[in-house]
Design a protein around this ligand. Structure first.
Ligand SMILES: [Cu+2]
Length: 282
């Protein structure tokens, strides 16, 4: 088990380093288009996706998107894409949610602002879904020490949690004492399943940038990633990313009627079973 995880992390790395090759689109010999290119057929050959703009380089005709799955061709991840015409990127800026059409060679031919219905986290009920951190509201909020009703110890091992599930009253404020007793870096993150899925690509980027090593966090690499990407190591109130032997406290106020999970988004760990349900009791 101990050796399995770094191998998974490595597989992630290899996958990521292959991705730009996919993106550069080596010529576009898709058979469907070689005979006739009626606009109808071209339209059919396009895949669509939604994502969030992370970086734009209009001069080079490049846009970095944190995107959901693109057809069956590509899982969700954060990646740089080429656009068919740099003009397409005019007026877009970092943080915007977009929907796009893309060729099988991964060149974006159409991009527009996503409507709230297409929001990545499929959440739009509070009426200001274009705010970038609005999804925090539905999972609860950072709690006040004076409102804590219970302290729960969470122990992280390679690669599972103790306890394996949580029962919490709706609206309850809990103090979590999170300890990593494993030999690998682990995360305790309270989110919806969809948010864990959306978070995974960021963690892959951290592996790619050398920030997240199997058994330590490389703070030097984190600074470099921060400088080049605009984010490297973000401390979020709903999560603790801990090196082996470390302990951190989180105080979290839980909402009502939401399916939450606590999970580790270090690449490969969620799949290995490092996830537990939060049962909110009425
Ligand atoms: Cu983990």
């Amino acid at each position: 088990m101990k050796h399995k995880i770094p191998a998974l992390a490595l597989a992630t790395l290899v996958f990521l380093s292959n991705a730009p090759v996919l993106a550069s689109g080596s010529g576009g010999h898709s058979h469907e288009n070689s005979q006739s290119t009626s606009s109808n057929e071209t339209e059919k050959a396009l895949l669509s996706g939604v994502g969030e703009v992370k970086r734009i380089n209009q001069k080079r005709g490049k846009v970095t998107l944190k995107h959901g799955p693109i057809g069956s061709e590509m899982p969700g991840m954060t990646m740089e894409f080429s656009v068919s015409d740099p003009e397409l990127l005019q007026g877009f800026s970092k943080g915007q949610k977009v929907s796009f059409k893309i060729t099988k060679d991964m060149v974006i031919t159409e991009i527009k602002l996503a409507g709230s219905a297409e929001s990545l986290t499929s959440k739009a009920q509070d009426g200001h879904s274009d705010h970038s951190h609005d999804n925090k509201a539905e999972i609860g909020s950072p709690g006040e020490a004076s409102n804590v009703s219970r302290t729960i110890k969470i122990t992280m091992f390679d690669s599972y949690y103790e306890p394996k599930n949580l029962k919490i009253q709706e609206g309850e404020t809990i103090r979590f004492i999170v300890s990593n007793k494993g030999e690998l870096v682990h995360e305790f993150n309270i989110s919806t399943e969809a948010m864990h899925k959306a978070h995974a690509p960021e963690m892959m980027m951290m592996v790619d940038y050398g920030v997240l090593e199997a058994d330590r966090i490389n703070w030097e690499a984190a600074k470099k990633m921060q400088a080049s990407m605009g984010h490297g190591m973000h401390e979020e109130p709903n999560s603790a990313l801990l090196e082996p032997g470390k302990t951190r406290e989180l105080i979290w106020k839980f909402p009502a009627h939401v399916d939450l999970q606590y999970a580790c988004n270090v690449p490969g760990h969620y799949e290995a079973g490092m996830v537990g349900p939060v049962k909110l009791i009425h």
